[in-house]
Design a binder for this molecule. Sequence first.
Ligand SMILES: NC(=O)C1=CN([C@@H]2O[C@H](COP(=O)(O)OP(=O)(O)OC[C@H]3O[C@@H](n4cnc5c(N)ncnc54)[C@H](O)[C@@H]3O)[C@@H](O)[C@H]2O)C=CC1
Ligand SMILES: O=C(O)C(=O)COP(=O)(O)O
Length: 550
Amino acid sequence: MDSLSARTIIGRAAISSPALLPPQCLKFSVSFRSAAAPFLGRSAGARSAGVGRISCAAVSVSTPVGGTDAAVSSAAAAVASKPTVLVSEKLGEAGLEVLRGFANELCAKISLCDALIVRSGTKVSREVFEAAKGRLKVVGRAGVGIDNVDLQAATEFGCLVVNAPTANTVAAAEHGIALMSAMARNVAQADASMKAGKWQRNKFVGVSLVGKTLAVLGFGKVGSEVARRAKLVSFDEAIATSDFISLHMPLTPTTAKIFNDETFAKVKKGVRIVNVARAALDVFTEEPPHKDSPLVQHPNVTVTPHLGASTVEAQEGVAIEIAEAVVGALNGELAATAVNAPMVPAEVLSELAPYVVLAEKLGRLAVQLVAGRSMVAGRSGIKGVKISYASARNPDDLDTRILRAMVTKGIVEPVSSVFVNLVNADFTAKQRGLRITEERHFLHGGNPADAPPRSRFASALSDSGEVRVEGRVKDGIPHLTHVGSFAVDVSLEGNLILCRQVDQPGMIGRVGNILGDDNVNVNYMSEPSKDTLSKIGDVPAIQEFVFLKL
Ligand SMILES: NC(=O)C1=CN([C@@H]2O[C@H](COP(=O)(O)OP(=O)(O)OC[C@H]3O[C@@H](n4cnc5c(N)ncnc54)[C@H](O)[C@@H]3O)[C@@H](O)[C@H]2O)C=CC1
Ligand SMILES: O=C(O)C(=O)COP(=O)(O)O
């Protein structure tokens, strides 16, 4: 009877010392469901036989193993010279200094730019991303609110969006307090009146802030700074009893028009509302507002032209913050202030690095196994992908977004012209109808290298067309450990030939000789010729085989 073993690896078979493995080793498997033939070559009969042998030939180490920083590394690589950063609004000098050291020159055309830095005045719409023709890698918002950036479009185009969320907090809070005081004491109106030559002391009698109730809606960075400057009661009580209401919520579908007829009906008569977030008073739905705007012109309304962040200190702060974030992103770092990509702490990233490579390679391997010749047509035919992670980490602690993105990259890129990165991976998967499900398993007993090797057939090549590949990282190098339920052990470097054959002596030698005749050294060489591959296929005991580019 045929049997299975991993000894049929041709070439390298690096088995690492368990002691060298990282303490939190992930076992990682991907299973694919597809109606497509699982292997190239003579597959159908052999597949239904369901027995035989898998052997793996590692035939080249010429392809360098990919980088670990999936999000933007290719951005940096694409720009061998200094990247061009477009700064479309007035930015603090210190931030410009950081950029000048890094960028060529400011440029008016977005398709010539790798990065764009804006404040609130530039609408970075879908058209901007389209016009960028794929070159724009980062949009930096030198401030908090990213409602002027079309995040969906940025994500679709794989463009990272970063903001500078901390440096203008105090400025906005102070401006809120300033507006509150100005409104309570009619400062702006009294000033305008005096400038008009009047002296109207009785007209501008104000109210005191002492003893008044203030509601802060949006208790984030700015809101809590405002609260530190005021004495608060509970939210529920405040909303009905407030004399002042200070808004610090971002503009989202739930906060847009939050102050409408219904809300105004609930507030206390004579309430004073300060808004340095989004909507009115310091910021307007349309900026600048129409000069005849009834809101602007109303005698009870104090307005400022979006000045919340406009202090010397805040602008120096956001300029440096955004410049550093953009330079970091162009250098391939995962930005801590990324808005449309996962933020991953550096220590987690370095731990995940080999698995990032493994995930992409498993994706590449599996799509080629599943897709067969239909890959030529540019579609894999894959509908569902199940990714299983096994780790000694608590499954709740396992952030799989990077690995999931890399599996998607591995699956999509070999069969399309789409460039997949951490920003657009989930979107790309969804767009291509790729249903990705994930399973997390707790790996008992710590080091997975101690687990006994599994070598029994399950139903990997079942009638339902499921193909399963599984890998591990050994000694920092990604390894393929299962194809279907065949246990193999081959490092995922260079390219692979997988053969399934009748178990008989001399098979490794025969395949090796055919490759040798074509000058294909199993360790150093390039892709075998079509002829060579067809000679392998002609060996009677070989039931099926596939050449895989990793
Ligand atoms: N006028 C100006 O020049 C400036 C305006 N801003 C704006 O101020 C706003 C707040 O900024 P930060 O405090 O830095 O942001 P943040 O993200 O720290 O705080 C926003 C807070 O609003 C809360 N929130 C969101 N939706 C809510 C809802 N439906 N109900 C209640 N709370 C909700 C969030 O939980 C969060 O605590 C943003 O819109 C920002 O764009 C910020 C700086 C300067
Ligand atoms: O940071 C924010 O959200 C702001 O609204 C500040 O806008 P600006 O950078 O002054 O155009």
